[in-house]
Write a protein that binds this ligand. Sequence first.
Ligand SMILES: [Fe+2]
Ligand SMILES: [Fe+2]
Length: 315
Amino acid sequence: MILEPLKELRITVVIDNVADLIAQGNEVTIRRPIFSGDQVAPPLIAEHGLSLFISATDFKGNTKHILLDAGLTEEGLPYNLKRLDLPVEETDLVVLSHGHFDHFGALKWLYQEGVVPKDAPLLLHPKAFSLRGIRDPQGGLHPFPQLNREELEGMGVKIVETKDPMLQLGGMVLVTGEIPRYTPFEIGFPMGYRMENGEAVQDNIPDDQALAFLIEGKGVVAVLGCGHSGVINTLDYIESLTKEKRIHAVIGGFHLSGAVFEETVSPTIDRLKEKGVRWVAPTHCSGFKAQCRFAKEMSEEFIYCCVGTTFVFSA
Ligand SMILES: [Fe+2]
Ligand SMILES: [Fe+2]
């Protein structure tokens, strides 16, 4: 699969777990200014969720807009979108990284209110509609809110369901579809269950998928939702699909929060270093302790992420 090389890629963090008015930028990171004129700019809010607005520009001058995920609530995303100057009404494609409720929270609102065009397709894996949740140590099931297919279809949303990798927008983006799991240290989602034919089965979130872009002369920018497939499995799959070995940046949820994922952090960092990843921005569900490890052990590559951050990668 041949990705169209990009001249510029801008990724704005609309929803994330952290808000920070005084975070510092760097050569690929613009922070939202504190002031607008001589007034403090209306601040953004944080919530446990993720939503990224992505603009990709090719060498022919075409710019395409993608929304990856829709945060946790119907309060957070509308609030922040109103305060960020983003051309959301020109969204060409909406992608759901997986069917967890902290990623589809305001999805219905986006289409219902016409914030994104009705004809902007919604790409997801069929299992994103699963009834699922977490199992406690005693075996008790605690269901999560479920994505409602009928509701979306009833609004005329063009849903594209596939497990397969797809190039979209004239090859400007690769949507991975289902990601093969093979590394021994990436363990999926051990506490998860999903209902299949009336039975609760182990749920490693097979619907988890990522986006990949190619910056001319630099390499791949990989964008993850929750990273339930594992960051390394995801990067290896992108490499096998695109035959591009250079990884310029990895941004998104790495899902390394909590004791059960602690053993995954070291081999993940080792493999990212081996791959020569230039920038790494573990956010959302990556976990504070894991983020501290990245900040310490990949100090030149690490970027701290918060709402209102815009990453700009240029050829
Ligand atoms: Fe998440
Ligand atoms: Fe998730």
